[in-house]
Design a binder for this molecule. Sequence first.
Ligand SMILES: Nc1ncnc2c1ncn2[C@@H]1O[C@H](COP(=O)(O)OP(=O)(O)OP(=O)(O)O)[C@@H](O)[C@H]1O
Ligand SMILES: [Mg+2]
Length: 158
Amino acid sequence: MNKFTFTTNSAHDTQTLARDFASLLRGGEIVFLRGPIGAGKTVFVKGVAAALGLKSSPTSASFSLMKRYQNRRFTLFHIDLFRLSEGEVFNLGFEEMLEDEKAIILAEWPDPLARMLPADRLEMDFTLLGGDKRQITLTFSGPVSRALAEELWQHANK
Ligand SMILES: Nc1ncnc2c1ncn2[C@@H]1O[C@H](COP(=O)(O)OP(=O)(O)OP(=O)(O)O)[C@@H](O)[C@H]1O
Ligand SMILES: [Mg+2]
């Protein structure tokens, strides 16, 4: 099985899941967040940043596609490439994130980045189930993302 499914019943629930998830991070993780507008991807990312005690720090003005949150332990890159194409994000310097060993990369609308980043990444698929209910499905593609998915599953089900 390379798939784990979670259900949340409120934004608060999704933040709780994000907090559990944050406790598993060591740096070097890549997460692709997918799902329609309003599905809860940003809620999740903000939950992770808050749980890690990260403060938003300024990125270069020309680079509003990426928000950087930083402390001594981690650099969290929150990327949102809604409606952008690979050609439009090529050459913007995203590869630099990969030189930061403390980097945690959380990307919404990540398709334009797919070929630039390593294959081992966790895919989180958000589905609207009606009202405030969301289904969040995790799929992994390598050892780092696999450990994350399995540990979150254990964490949530203990
Ligand atoms: N179970 C839930 N999990 C997350 N958010 C929820 C949930 N139920 C309701 N919400 C609400 O849904 C909205 C989710 O917005 P959010 O900005 O996180 O979506 P998004 O997936 O990032 O969309 P976009 O693709 O536009 O960036 C918020 O207003 C949040 O309060
Ligand atoms: Mg968003």
